[in-house]
Design a protein around this ligand. Structure first.
Ligand code: SF4
Length: 110
């Protein structure tokens, strides 16, 4: 068994007081989410070559080939959360698409 620190020493008492604050703060600093949410991926530019290649538009209502009611939000390749305004798409790694968008690769959810 180790001996308890000499709390009569002012220097040791100050050290222990500092540690009692520092240890919980250090634990908070390494907790996931403690530094804020990760930055969202960039929104896909509809005029970029990869977007144009599949006819991507940010508003499905403006897509000539879109079946009525089909949008990114109900596409099998959309990975955004339910109710999200935008989210990742499997065919555009590192980019997000508008939930209201559409492209020719739209696929029904199973
Ligand atoms: S594949 Fe689906 S989610 Fe991705 S852009 Fe096209 S319609 Fe939207």
């Amino acid at each position: 068994m180790g001996s308890l620190p000499d709390l009569k020493s002012p220097a040791r008492r100050r050290l222990l007081e500092r540690l009692s604050f520092a240890v919980p703060l250090a634990a908070l600093a390494v907790m996931p989410g403690a530094r804020g949410a990760a930055a969202a991926a960039a929104l896909l530019d509809p005029v970029s070559p990869e977007a144009k290649a599949v006819g991507y538009v940010e508003d499905a209502a403006g897509a000539s080939g879109a079946a009525r009611g089909s949008t990114c939000a109900n596409c099998a390749l959309y990975q955004g959360a339910d109710g999200s305004q935008q989210g990742p798409c499997q065919i555009f790694p590192g980019k997000e698409v508008k939930a209201a968008g559409w492209c020719a690769s739209w696929a029904p959810q199973m």
